[in-house]
Design a protein around this ligand. Structure first.
Ligand code: KIV
Length: 284
């Protein structure tokens, strides 16, 4: 595929204004980023979900800034033209506005990200304002926010009750007023997502399991290709079972090495007879 033009913030807004859904996926490594760029994905999130999908932790909480920067750099190398979002890990923004600005800046300076994302509503508005005022495009994340899993009581839909839904609507407004250009709604009811989108003035609303009435959709790459062994969330459609393909391949490798049908001559390198004969004369 010919190299495409860089996806920019104005292009995302234009796409939304034209009524075309924005495509967004998580990604954590160079080869997958390369494929996502070739497929024409608009945005990539280097999510702190990498703690679970790539590093095998049970939650996202142990993920560090160093983990995030290392993976974001690899993704940027594979997808130079995608709109790249770095996800602020646990305790990289909660302690203070200054901590938030410094950590957000690292994503931009060290990994060439285009924006950052952080979790939380009105209580994080001052962090969002500080980061935005430093010139860094910022995305809010509401609904199921995995860094607050313990407080939320597990992976469950948020905003099913009217009062909780009203709080999410108010939080979205607070983030928008603080300068967030985009808000991700994770696992909230479709009708709540629709209300928030209709009320958004200058802010794009994205859905992860929150229905079709958003400006675009996000999925976790590992869920859509059967690559996460612990569970598959209901919202994740499986677009291809790469996990099964890889497992079959691995079993084939084990079998062929075991029965000596691998390797074959095309899988190794030879040496000219005369060189080999001379080599033998050189040995004791
Ligand atoms: O870390 C991540 O991938 C995320 C998604 C769950 C939205 O934040």
């Amino acid at each position: 595929m010919a190299e495409r033009k860089k996806v920019t913030l104005p292009k995302l807004f234009k796409k939304a204004a034209d009524g075309q859904p924005i495509t967004w996926l998580t990604c954590y490594d160079y080869p997958t980023a390369y494929l996502q760029e070739q497929a024409g994905i608009d945005m990539i999130l280097v999510g702190d979900s990498l703690g679970m999908t790539m590093l095998g932790y049970e939650t996202t909480l142990p993920v560090t800034m160093e983990d995030m920067i290392r993976h974001s750099q690899a993704v940027r190398r594979g997808a130079p033209n995608v709109f790249l979002v770095g996800d602020m890990p646990y305790m990289s923004y909660q302690p203070s506005v200054e901590t938030a600005i410094r950590c957000a800046g690292r994503f931009m300076a060290e990994a060439a990200c285009d924006a950052i994302k952080l979790e939380g509503g009105a209580e994080m508005a001052d962090r969002v304002r500080g980061i935005v005022n430093s010139g860094i495009p910022t995305i809010g994340h509401l609904g199921l926010t995995p860094q607050s899993l313990s407080a939320l009581g597990g992976f469950r839909v948020q905003g099913k009750g009217a009062h909780q839904a009203k709080k999410i609507i108010d939080d979205a407004k607070a983030l928008e007023h603080a300068g967030a250009f985009m808000i991700l709604l994770e696992m909230v009811p479709d009708r709540l997502c629709k209300i928030i989108k209709e009320r958004a003035e200058n802010c794009l609303i994205m859905s992860l399991g929150s229905g079709p009435d958003a400006h675009g959709q996000l999925l976790i790459y590992h869920d859509m290709f059967g690559l996460y062994p612990r569970f598959k969330p209901r919202m994740a459609k499986v677009f291809g079972n790469a996990g099964e393909v890889i497992l079959n391949g691995l079993q084939g490798y084990v079998n062929e090495v075991s029965d000596k049908s691998f390797p074959q001559p095309e899988n190794w390198f030879g040496m000219p007879d005369e060189e080999y004969d001379e080599l033998l004369t050189l040995l004791d």
